[in-house]
Each structure stands twice: as C-alpha cells, then as structure tokens.
Write a protein that binds this ligand. Structure first.
Ligand SMILES: C[S@@+](CC[C@H](N)C(=O)[O-])C[C@H]1O[C@@H](n2cnc3c(N)ncnc32)[C@H](O)[C@@H]1O
Ligand SMILES: [Zn+2]
Ligand SMILES: [Zn+2]
Ligand SMILES: [Zn+2]
Length: 446
C-alpha cells in the first residue's frame, strides 16, 4: 500500500468542506488518517480507491460505482462527461455511461450525497481497497435519496475566486518545486534530436488517434489553426517539424501538395510507411528545419508548424529557413505552447489535492523568472526526457521580424462549452481559464 499514515492526523479535507454546506442533520467530520504527497489529510471515504477493471489506484473523485456489477470503475476505463448539477460545494459531477447497465452512473461524491455510495448501500467488498479497519465509520446517509439541483453549464463553470480560497486552504498547500531554464548555449543540438528519435514511438501512440489527434489538437488547436490556414486546395504547403505526419496528411486530404519535414528518423520512417499505405500524395524528408537544403527557395505558398518551435534549439535559423522556402507574401502559420501560460520552467501549478482529477483542483498558476529563457527537460507519460525551450513573446516576435515576417494575426484558442461538457477532464477549469497555446499567422515581407 502506498498510503502513508501520518503520526498526527487532521480532520479530513473533504469532510470539513461538506460539513459546512450539508443542511440535513450535519455531516460527520472524519479523521484524515491518510495523507498523500500533497499533505492533505483525507478519510477513507475521500482517499483513493483501486479500479475493479484496470487495477489502478486513483483519487476517489475519478470513480463511479455500478450497482449491478458491484464494480468500482475509474475514468480511464470509462470516459466521463460533465453533468452540471449543484450539490454540496460542487457545481458539476462526472457522469459515466455504463455499457453493462446501458445507463449512467455519477461519481462517488455525488453518490455519497444521494446515499448511493457502495458503503452506504452496505457493500463492503471494496473495503479491501483501503487499508483500514472500519472505513464506513462513522456512517452517514441522507434521510432519503435526493438529487442535486440541475443548473446551466455556464453556471457550473463559474469558479469562485481561487486566490481567496487559496488563502484559506494554504495550510494544506505544497508547491511544486520551481524549475529553472538552462541557457540555450549550454545545450547540445544532437541531444534534442536524440530524444525525439527515442521518443517517436511513444509520441505517435499518445497523439495519433486516427485522423483526429489528441484532445488539445482536436478541440483547441485545430479549429483555430484551420480558421487561419483556410482553403489549401492546389497550394504547396510545408509542414515544418511534422512528427508523425498527422497535419501533413490532413493537408493532403484537403487538396494541398503537402510536404513534411522532421529531423527524427523514426518519425519520417513512420510517415513514409503510412503514406505507402494511404497514398495521399504526401512527401516526407528527414532534415532539420534549420537547414532544409533539399527544398527550393520560394517554393511554398504556406508553411504550417504545429507545436514545434518550443522544441527547436535554434529557432532563429528555423524562422529564416522557413522564410527562404516561402514564396513572397507566403504565409507562415504556426502554433506554439504559450510563452506565458504554457511554460513549465519558472512556473508553478498550485494544485491540490495533487491526485485529484478535476480541473478546479488546479488553483492557479504562478509565473516567475519569465525572462529566464532557455531549455528544460520534460517527460510525458513514460517517455525519455526531451529538451523543450521557453522564450518570451518579445524574443519570438523579434526573431520573426529579423527573418522577414510581419505578424498579421495572433490567436489564443479556447474550447467551446460543448467541447468542455464532452471532455470535462481535459477542458473544464483548465483550457477554459487560460490559454495553453498561441497561434501566429505571419506573412513573408522581405
Ligand atoms: C511536439 S512534436 C510536434 C510534431 C507534429 N508537428 C505534431 O503536430 O504532432 C515536435 C516535433 O519537432 C521536431 N523537431 C524538433 N526540433 C527539430 C528540428 N530542428 N528540425 C526538425 N524537426 C524538429 C521533433 O522531432 C518533433 O517531431
Ligand atoms: Zn472525508
Ligand atoms: Zn480503471
Ligand atoms: Zn452499471
């Protein structure tokens, strides 16, 4: 068991919050006998459980209980949508479609509010998930089964002032360690390439979902990117830093003469193999986008580049090389992790409980050392560390100007309410509170 039992306990963080809003006969504040890396004390009801399907442990708010199969199932096994409903101090619940019941089940906290938590129903089988003698004690139940109040999505997504809340909750907070950027001249270019060669397979698995892409791409970046790119039929378009080639292939299906360039051998190998199966007419080259000598000057109408520049060490040369291959008045449309809100070096996420799956558990982002540009190593899932680079808005805009570009538009994309409802975990109280991405449209004006 990974639970750590502290020598001294505090009242359960969640019980205390519920107690202040439960009208009907009071709510017991249980001892917070479990604590996690976040130093938030939690009772057994509000600790972690193990998924009956995949065996993974998660924060309790990521589960629902299926009364007919008597299984506790996590949100990785059944993707939730957002149900706007006011209960206790919450304004929404996660709603999970259960294929075994052909019905919907709500998350564990909502179940507890209704009196439909497995422990309230007398089911003790899931006790083995918790290293505790009597987790259901003290047992509390509402007098009758009740339902939360239906509210509008827009109301559900109004967040109270997190800074005020933070002040109140500060006693529980543990800040993530601040990471500093490494100056770019101390980083070897071959290292940036090697990590993308080693990680190509993981990245493709993670971001390639047929032709739709990952949620950030599908719901946030793509709609904004395409609103700038417009009709590409008959145009020559370069996808600079094409990775597994998703964007190159979509360009080709929209009628462009599409070329993808990436310096990672495994990516180009993957792209070439997929092209030989799909025959979309895409061409792929392995090259650094800082030196694409195989491509003629002034040969493209548009260059697109999706979330690449933050991975390119010598971005100034990349901009110049992109300007070289573009026709006069050609457009360069590129997305990037946002230099302020998307940065991780010099930034701190205040999230607690840290294992909570809900977006509002991220209280705020704090940015420091904004001017310390440079590289930082990051990992996603189980990948090897790669180098990413943070630069200021001014540095990017100056480098664009030096390469002969004029910025004609900047977009800071955000998801629509429908997208938030269907993808609450990725989008609610996160992508709708600050922009993670920035998209530039630039025109070559030498
Ligand atoms: C975050 S991935 C994005 C890939 C792709 N554009 C997409 O939308 O999925 C960054 C890509 O930049 C590539 N890259 C980084 N530096 C590069 C360079 N100097 N030349 C060419 N590709 C580079 C990496 O190999 C990787 O494929
Ligand atoms: Zn509790
Ligand atoms: Zn699971
Ligand atoms: Zn069910």
């Amino acid at each position: 068991m990974r639970f750590c039992k502290p020598a001294e306990t505090q009242p359960c963080y969640y019980c205390e919050k519920i107690e202040t809003v439960e009208q009907e006969g009071g709510y017991p504040i249980r001892d917070g006998i479990y604590t996690f890396e976040n130093y938030i004390f939690r009772c057994a009801w509000h600790a972690r459980f193990t998924c009956s399907k995949c065996g993974t442990q998660h924060h309790f708010d990521w589960f629902h209980w299926c009364p007919s199969t008597e299984e506790l199932v996590c949100g990785d096994c059944r993707k939730p949508t957002l149900k706007p409903v006011a209960f206790w101090d919450r304004t929404y619940a996660y709603e999970f479609y259960c294929d075994e019941c052909d019905d919907y089940h709500l998350d564990l906290l909502y179940a507890e509010f209704q009196g439909a938590h497995p422990w309230q129903l007398g089911n003790r089988t899931i006790v083995s998930n918790i290293e505790s003698q009597e987790p259901w004690t003290p047992l509390w139940s509402p007098k009758a089964i009740r339902t939360g109040e239906d509210i509008e999505l827009i109301e559900a997504l109004k967040l109270p002032n997190r800074i005020v809340e933070l002040r109140e909750d500060l006693k529980y907070t543990l800040f993530r360690v601040l990471r500093h950027a490494v100056p770019e001249d101390e980083i070897d270019r071959s290292e940036t390439q090697e990590s993308w060669e080693a990680n190509a397979e993981d990245y493709a698995d993670l971001t390639q979902i047929d032709m739709t892409g990952d949620p950030n791409r599908q719901f946030i970046i793509d709609p904004a990117l395409w609103s700038l790119v417009g009709d590409v039929s008959g145009l020559s378009v370069l996808d600079a830093g094409c990775g597994h080639g998703y964007l190159t292939r979509v360009l080709a299906t929209k009628g462009a003469k599409a070329v993808g360039v990436d310096f990672s051998g495994p990516f180009i190998h993957y792209c070439t193999r997929v092209e030989s199966e799909m025959n979309l007419g895409c061409k792929f080259y392995r090259a650094s986008i800082t030196d694409m000598h195989e491509l003629a000057s002034k040969s493209f109408d548009i260059v697109v580049s999706n979330i690449v520049m933050g991975d390119v060490l010598d971005y100034k040369s990349a901009f110049k090389e992109i300007a070289r291959v573009l026709k006069d008045d050609g457009r360069f449309i590129w997305s990037n992790v946002h230099p302020v809100f998307g940065r991780t070096a010099g930034a701190i996420d205040v999230r607690f409980p840290r294992d909570s799956q809900r977006g509002e558990s991220r209280y705020l982002k704090m940015i420091d050392r904004y001017f310390d540009s440079g590289g930082e190593q990051y990992t996603w899932m189980k990948s090897r560390p790669s180098w990413g680079f943070v630069r200021t808005l001014e540095e990017y805009s100056k480098a664009l100007k030096d390469a002969g570009f004029v910025i004609s538009e900047i977009l800071e994309p955000r998801p629509t309410p429908e997208v938030i409802q269907q993808n609450p975990r990725e989008m609610a109280f996160d992508a709708d509170r600050w922009t993670h991405f920035i998209i530039y449209e630039c025109v070559k004006r030498l």
